[in-house]
Ligand binder design. Structure first.
Ligand code: HAM
Length: 343
C-alpha cells in the first residue's frame, strides 16, 4: 500500500487497484446487478520499482457483477484476448489459467498446504515464512530458488476441488476451447490478491522481463457480501497501461518496416495515399516527406527495412512500383494494386 501522513496529520492510502473501490460503489450506490463496469486511471503501490513495475501506474479495468454462469468468465477472457489482438501484441502473450475452487476447496487446500510447508518452515525464504501465516497460497508464487524446490512437491489444488468446482472449471476451459483461445493450466497460479475463488487468469509475456503479466484477474464471488453487500457473484480483470505500451513499442521494433521512396513532386503527393493503404492492411510503414534517393536508401537501411518501394512519374502513370528486397538486394517491377501481396 502507498500510505503516508498528509500535512493535516491524516493517514492517506492511495488507490492500489480499482476492484475494491468499485465494490464499494456498487454497495453504496445500490447499483443493480447484473452490471458490467469499465474504468481507467492511475493506481499506486509502494513496491520496489523495477522494469514494468512502477509506484504510480495506470490500469484499464473491467468488472462484471451478478453473473454466476461460467459464460461470464469465458466472455471476459475473450475480451482480454480481443484487446491484445487489437493492440497488435497478441503474438508473444500467453493465457495462463487456474481455478481456486469454491470456499470449501480453498479452506481445505489452505490447511493441506500449511501443514506441508510447516515441515520446511526454516528453509523457506523470509518473505515466504511471513506469508505462511498471512497468505500461504502466495508462497506458490515465490521466485526464490529454494522455495521453488519445496513448492514443486507441494499438494495440488486440483486434488481438493469439490464436484461443483471441477464442473465449473471444465465449463470455462471448454468454452475457451470452443472460441479457439489457447491456454495453459498453471496449478501454481494463485494471484496476489486474496479475494479470488474459482477462475483466476493472467495473460503473460517474456518480453517484459520479470514483470510478465499484462492482463490479470479472476472471479471473486464472496467479496461483495464480505464487505456488507448482498451475495453478488463477480469477475473482472485489469491491464497495466504502461506494460501494454511497452509491448506495443517492442512489437513495432521487432517488426521490420516497409520504406516508401517517391521520386518527384507527383510521386511525393501520392506517397501518403500508398502509406495509408498499406497501414490499413496492418503493415508497418515509414514514409519521410523529403530527401534524395541516396539519403532515403541509407535511412531505410538504418531502419532495417524489409523492402523499399520506389516510384516516380513514369511508374505512377503505368500504375507500377519498383520493390527492392533489402536482404537479397533483388529488385522487380510490380503492379501498384498488387503491392500488399508482393511484400
Ligand atoms: P493485479 O494483478 O494486481 O490485479 O494488476 C493487474 C495488472 O496491472 C497487472 O497485470 C499489470 O499489468 C498491472 N500492474 C500491477 N501492478 C503494477 C505496477 N506496480 N506497475 C505497473 N503495472 C502494474 C488487479 O489489480 C485486480 N484488481 C484485477 C481484477 C479486476 N481482478 C478482478 N477484477
Amino acid at each position: 500500500m502507498y500510505t503516508f501522513i498528509d500535512k493535516g496529520g491524516k493517514s492517506i492510502t492511495l488507490r492500489p487497484e480499482f476492484t475494491a473501490a468499485i465494490v464499494r460503489l456498487l454497495i453504496e450506490k445500490k447499483l443493480q446487478a447484473p452490471i458490467k463496469l469499465f474504468s481507467i486511471g492511475p493506481a499506486f503501490r509502494y513496491e520496489r520499482p523495477q522494469k514494468g513495475r512502477q509506484r504510480q501506474f495506470h490500469q484499464i479495468n473491467f468488472e462484471v457483477f451478478g453473473i454466476e454462469d461460467p459464460k461470464a468468465d469465458i466472455e471476459l477472457i475473450s475480451l482480454a484476448q480481443h484487446l491484445l489482438t487489437e493492440f497488435g501484441i497478441n503474438k508473444n502473450v500467453k493465457l495462463e489459467i487456474n481455478s481456486l475452487g469454491d470456499s470449501e476447496t480453498i479452506t481445505q487446500y489452505r490447511e493441506a498446504l500449511i501443514s506441508y510447508l510447516k515441515k520446511f518452515q526454516n528453509d523457506l525464504s523470509e518473505d515466504s515464512q511471513n506469508r505462511l501465516i498471512k497468505n500461504p497460497l502466495r508462497i506458490l508464487d515465490s521466485k526464490d530458488k529454494t522455495d521453488k524446490e519445496i513448492i514443486s512437491d507441494a499438494p495440488k489444488i486440483s486434488d481438493y476441488y469439490t464436484k461443483e468446482s471441477s464442473y465449473f472449471f471444465d465449463q470455462v476451459l471448454n468454452g475457451l476451447q470452443a472460441l479457439g483461445i489457447p491456454y495453459t493450466v498453471n496449478s501454481k497460479l494463485v494471484r496476489g490478491l486474496d479475494y479470488y475463488c474459482h477462475t483466476v487468469f493472467e495473460f503473460v509475456t517474456e518480453d517484459l522481463g520479470a514483470q510478465g503479466a499484462v492482463f490479470a484477474g479472476g472471479r471473486y464471488d464472496n467479496l461483495v457480501s464480505s464487505v456488507g453487500g448482498k451475495h453478488t457473484p463477480a469477475i473482472g480483470f485489469a491491464g497495466g497501461i504502461e506494460r501494454i505500451m511497452e509491448l506495443i513499442n517492442y512489437a513495432e521494433k521487432k517488426e521490420r518496416p516497409i520504406y516508401i521512396i517517391p521520386i518527384g513532386g507527383e510521386a511525393e503527393e501520392h506517397a501518403l495515399t500508398l502509406a495509408s493503404e498499406l497501414r490499413r492492411n496492418g503493415l508497418y510503414v515509414i514514409y519521410e516527406y523529403s530527401g534524395t534517393l541516396k539519403t532515403r536508401m541509407k535511412k531505410a537501411n538504418q531502419a532495417n527495412a524489409k523492402v523499399v518501394l520506389i516510384f516516380g512519374d513514369e511508374e505512377l502513370s503505368s500504375k507500377t512500383l519498383k520493390i527492392k528486397n533489402m536482404d537479397t538486394g533483388e529488385e522487380k517491377m510490380i503492379a501498384r494494386d498488387k503491392t500488399v501481396e508482393n511484400i
